[in-house]
Design a protein. Structure first.
Length: 828
């Protein structure tokens, strides 16, 4: 079924209304909408290739060049075209505006909003520029996938504009965030902690470098290469004289894939200094523990870590250094085995929690961040190339179908990417707005849907491997092979490989035997004749022969329903059809368009957990016995006397948009279901009462919430306490402050702080807009739990205000308590 037809017209941006009025807005129209904008012109190939360094460790499995593999009709092509339309809608001059300002040139257009907004006057916090980097990467990927000349022109325009800005600045730098020269001066002096005040400056610069690299590597834009090299030199020059300790301190701040892209510049230029720079941007605090096989990830910001390991793997591959490679492989395995959700995503509220506490996180309003999975897929690809283990493919398939494909709303041109994918039953995703979000996940979102073809096939000298079942065509020019994969998978439990150009020499075609066909043979025929295969799940079936044009390999993929349990989430189950995560479709009660588009999560739309359906079953077999296919709707199922209070329709999660859903379920038996629901209801009631009187909340110690609330601090630190919960504290003479929204005028207000029950500590001051309102002193409450204390704020301090600055200040020579959560609440 085409889910585009299921959307209420309210959700369709204005530009898309004309096609909708035709009542034929279907997959084919969505594709036509974009295709009509696409002149046929191939992206200029670069001869000789863009890389000048042969890796020390040659890849065992090679990727085909971007553009050699094209998608055919199917859900992935739909999402590629949806994204393509958005890339065309964006205006380069708006993304370039702040680059020109920071170069002393007049902007040609107004900057975009959201995270592309210029810094507020008097502040240095801004991520302006990160989206231009992602945009350049996405344009380069999409140009190779579609031959769209408009995209190529834009790449050329943007790189020339960036060169003009870089020339004007004169020192190789080119940035869009303010006060970069002050930042540079501080770093060169060794005052590296300044980077924290800027939000994440090297995160932003990394996106620019990566965009320039991609414009060169995929599209041969020589200007991009020049700007890239000069900017990379500037990045290296400002850290090369720092001490190891200073660099380590600086690299605690999120810096994207600086190590990776600098290693790439080495591979592009063959200049060894760039490999040195890549090593200088390698954060040893995480590299060393992972290389030693230690998982010290709890409490860390997840997406700050993943790109570091992509960089370590790249250095390992290029230079042969063993430890970075060991670190990357260990990191991947521990994240996938111990820290990932059922859809392949990881993190809650952007952080790695305690693995044993993951089950408790399912009901939170956050969820895995799309960027993390974007980066995990890049890491997976790199690791698989070195060691082609099918475990990498199993993860890749899961994360691609069940997270990435689900992370863009099917609205061509809308830029409606998902930041967090909630796991909480009866909840929903929200999507970014077209021009006023520009989150990190908007940036990686632009790229995600332009690179689906990248990993469907890989090859070595003697064989082609089919890694993924996806309608597509691959052209292997060197071997004279063109192969079409014809399938409606996963709506069809089979795929076919058709040879449309045949090599003269014999060639092996290897077909992945996926884990979800465990215990089953891979049923293969060639031109209708059964071929005996000996592969097992987790291996590959290999067919070697001299192929002829028209040869057809048919592969049966009999997907089975299955119940998946995760050891770190006891009490919860998920339902899969083969590799496809199924979601219970739960309607849209209490949700409006406003909830779906714009904010990170539609917090006001939470429904009590006791209203989420339970599965009444004692065993997994019981569950499966009560799920049946829906006639005429491939991929859809219906529970039958299984879910309470009502049976539900199950659909592939990737096409469950603009509604509430369940992907994690609790099991109960008939005798205990009511009691279980009452317990959940009571816990929910307490939580909801607190939510109802909260006007604003900061999860202290977590990067994003603190940034959103304009954290200022001196001599302050963060960490995590029992159960993996983050805190912030100030050391002697230190302080920290945050700005929070007040409840409506006329409310009585209190500041609510959360402490750990066994903490003791000296007095400290709690200030509201500069006035001391309390001097708390912690004496152990004897609890093995967290507890809250509320401190009333006098009405005279609130008159006429919408926000309140809350400051926690240490007494001379004494530290403050560790504070885990901060809220403004209304009180009776
Ligand atoms: Zn993100």
């Amino acid at each position: 079924m085409c889910y585009l037809l299921l959307l209420a017209p309210d959700f369709i941006p204005e530009l898309l209304m004309p096609p909708l009025k035709t009542s034929a807005f279907s997959l084919s129209v969505a594709v036509m909408l974009v295709s009509s904008l696409v002149p046929s012109q191939r992206c200029a190939a670069t001869e000789p290739g863009p890389w000048r360094v042969e890796p020390k460790l040659a890849a065992v499995q090679q990727l085909f060049p971007q553009g050699s593999v094209r998608l055919l009709d199917g859900p992935f092509l739909v999402m590629q075209e949806v994204d393509h339309a958005y890339l065309l809608r964006l205006e380069p001059d708006r993304l370039l505006a702040q680059f020109r300002v920071e170069a002393g040139l007049p902007p040609k257009a107004k900057p975009y909003g959201g995270w592309e907004s210029p810094a507020k006057p008097g502040t240095v916090r801004s991520l302006a520029g990160h989206s231009l980097g992602h945009y350049l990467s996405a344009l380069s990927l999409m140009a190779r996938m579609t031959d769209d000349a408009v995209l190529l022109e834009r790449i050329g325009y943007i790189t020339k504009e960036l060169k003009q800005c870089q020339d004007k600045r004169g020192d190789g730098s080119v940035v869009a965030f303010p006060f970069s020269r002050e930042l540079e001066a501080d770093i060169r002096k060794g005052k590296v902690e300044t980077v924290d005040n800027y939000w994440a400056p090297f995160y932003t610069i990394h996106k620019q470098l990566a965009g320039l690299r991609d414009a060169w590597v995929y599209c041969g834009d020589a200007t991009a290469k020049d700007v890239l090299i000069r900017l990379a030199d500037w990045c290296g020059s400002i850290v090369k004289d720092l001490s190891d300790e200073q660099r380590e301190r600086m690299l605690r701040c999120e810096h994207g894939g600086m190590a990776e892209v600098l290693a790439d510049v080495y591979a592009i230029t063959a200049e060894p200094r760039f490999l040195d720079f890549a090593r200088l941007y390698s954060h040893h605090a995480v590299l060393d523990s992972a290389a030693d096989g230690k998982d010290n990830l709890t409490g860390l910001h997840a997406n700050t870590q993943v790109p570091k390991f992509i960089g370590f793997q790249r250095i390992h591959q290029l230079a042969g250094d063993p430890r970075p490679g060991a670190a990357a492989a260990f990191f991947w395995h521990t994240v996938v085995a111990n820290r990932s959700w059922v859809n392949g995503g990881n993190s809650m509220h952007e952080h790695f929690g305690e693995p044993k506490a993951m089950a408790g996180d399912i009901t939170h309003d956050g969820g895995p961040e799309t960027c993390n999975t974007y980066n995990m897929l890049r890491l997976t690809t790199a690791l698989y190339q070195e060691k082609p283990d099918s475990a990498y493919l199993d993860y890749y398939e899961n994360a691609l179908f069940n997270h990435i494909l689900a992370s863009q709303a099917p609205l061509p041109g809308a830029g409606a990417f998902v930041y967090y994918t909630p796991l909480r039953p009866n909840y929903a995703r929200s999507y970014g707005s077209d021009f006023n979000s520009f989150w990190c996940c908007t940036g990686t979102g632009m790229e995600n849907h332009a690179k689906y073809a990248e990993f469907i096939y890989t090859h070595d000298a003697a064989s082609l491997t089919v890694n993924l079942f996806m309608a597509s065509q691959v052209q292997w020019t060197e071997r004279g092979l063109t192969l079409r994969q014809e399938t409606r998978f996963p709506d069809e439990a089979a795929t076919a490989l058709v040879i449309t150009a045949a090599p003269v020499e014999p060639l092996a075609i290897r077909i992945r035997h996926p884990f979800w066909l465990v215990g089953q043979h891979l049923g293969v025929t060639v031109n209708g004749q059964v071929v005996a295969t000996t592969s097992q799940a987790g291996g590959f079936a290999e067919l070697k022969r001299t192929w002829k044009v028209g040869d057809r390999i048919q592969i049966a993929l009999p997907m089975q329903l299955r119940v998946q349990r995760q050891v770190q989430c006891p009490g919860w189950v998920s339902l899969f059809n083969g590799p496809i995560l199924l979601a219970g479709e739960l309607g849209s009660e209490g949700l409006t368009q406003k909830d779906f588009i714009g904010p990170y999560t539609p917090i006001k739309a939470l429904l009590p957990l006791n209203r989420a359906p339970l599965l009444i079953a004692n065993t997994d077999a019981d569950v499966l016995a009560h799920v049946v296919p829906v006639d005429g709707q491939p991929g859809n199922f219906r529970t039958k006397e299984l879910a309470k209070p009502n049976d539900v329709t199950l659909a592939p999660f990737y096409r469950t948009h603009f509604q509430r859903y369940a992907i994690y379920w609790q099991l109960s038996d008939a005798a205990h279901a009511a009691e279980q629901q009452l317990q959940v209801a009571e816990a929910e009631r307490v939580e909801r009462e607190l939510e109802a009187r909260t006007s604003d909340e900061v999860r202290l110690g977590e990067q994003q919430p603190e940034t959103d609330h304009l954290l200022h601090c001196e001599n302050s630190r963060t960490g995590f306490g029992p159960l993996g919960k983050h805190f912030r504290a100030a050391d002697p003479d230190g302080w920290f402050s945050l700005d929070l929204e007040l409840p409506p005028a006329g409310s009585k207000v209190a500041i609510r702080l959360v402490y750990w029950g066994r903490d003791n500590g000296p007095e400290f001051d709690l200030l509201a807009d500069g006035n001391v309102i309390a001097t708390p002193k912690l004496e152990t409450a004897g609890l093995e739990d967290y507890y809250a204390a509320e401190y009333p704020v006098a009405a005279t301090l609130l008159a006429g205000k919408h926000k309140l600055s809350v400051r926690i200040q240490a007494k001379p020579g004494k530290p403050t308590a560790s504070v885990y959560n901060l809220r403004l609440v209304s009180v009776q």
